[in-house]
Design a protein around this ligand. Sequence first.
Ligand code: GDP
Ligand code: MG
Length: 458
Amino acid sequence: MVTISLDPGAGTLYWYFTEIEAGSTDGEGECDGTLLLDADGQVIGVGLELDESITRADLALALQHPQVRYDRKSVTLTVALIDEEPAEVQPLHEPAVLDFDAQGRLQGCELLVAREFGLAERLARLETFVVSLDEDEGPGARGQGPEIAEKPELLTPDSRPLPPGYRSGFVALVGKPNVGKSTLLNALLGQKIAIVSPKPQTTRVPLRGILNRPDAQIIFVDTPGIHDPRTKLGSFMVEQARRSIPDADVVCFVVDISAPPNRVEQRIAALARRARAARILVLNKVDQRTRAGQEHLDAYRALGPWDMEVAVSALRAQGLETLVDEIVKRLPPGAPLYPQDQVTDQSEREHTAELVREQVLRYTEQEVPHGVAVEVEEWEEKELAIYIRMTIYVEKESQKGILIGAGGAMLKQIGSGARRGIEAALGRQIYLDLWVKARPNWRDDPSSLHWLGYRSDS
Ligand code: GDP
Ligand code: MG
């Protein structure tokens, strides 16, 4: 049977063609969707405007239900749970999110419906299909709860008492690539933990940056930019961002005020709106404010509602105190979640490899875009210096040639740039031994993703 769940708080309606266990979803897509309504405005079905890339085999789970039809000509999947002609077809403002299993089969979809629509009152005819959501598992189950506030006294991990009113929690920094999330994270923490580049998608794995104040601990999660899942690495990144939002107590939607919102940002904002967390609109790059600033601001506001907006310049460290204050106000009361002297959950080695990747991005142009991974092969503490051997993996032999350069000139440049950064980070002299290897299609190879330390279960 087709089943439906409603999350009334988020205004989300889930349609399942199969039983979905947590973690069984392997990929996502999106498409335009419509709700089929009867003459009284009651929902009787849904239409999904798919695209040609989805084959009949991909629809096997959906088409096992007699109520589901696929029209090849219009490339539309119709789920008509009540067998009658709809009186009205209501297009949805947000794209429907499609869930696929490991075999690429459509498992179900997620529809976000505007609050004014009054979805809960319009599901009467579909009652038999509606199953309730598992409440404890839902996003936002953590925090906010009065049960935490009622605890008599909060203690640090080493059992010292904390000041009354101490707060702690997770803050997701989300936004399209290149708006300055990593720069903001580094500026907030007062030290470099995330690599920054003028090219999009620099950040691959979410990175936690921990900000300790006497009254609060904020754990920032710098999410990779949400973008099209063209390769497995791509869909992994979408997954990560999608996951960081439900776990967050505060979502900071970071935008570049000097440019108008684009489609990617509409998607991210839609994800943020679905979250139960507090939502802050962070207007970055105010140092670059253009004439069109007001127009952009209105456009970003319209992607809300936002609980708060703060203008900052991550580059010039302006507006950061206000931002931190506004975040702390919105965190739940609670003890620190990390030792109070810890700044990041990234290891020294991971950070070192990232610093090499940063230089690769800096010195290479489009020929070596983002198919680059760096791995530490050897790390040996010697008396005078640390010996570090790393391999830069690229996807093609031709890229290998570019990275090495004529007479090794490019690799030398990358190496000396990286060495300076690493020595500054470690506070020690290093001997850096860099190698370049081609590993074709590593981005599409799940075993190599695992091997490079990209885990999707973290
Ligand atoms: P991310 O992809 O969102 O993490 O963006 P990055 O932090 O890597 O920054 C992308 C680019 O924007 C870099 O060239 C930064 O120097 C630049 N940038 C970040 N913040 C600001 C800012 O406040 N003002 C200006 N003018 N540039 C910024
Ligand atoms: Mg980044």
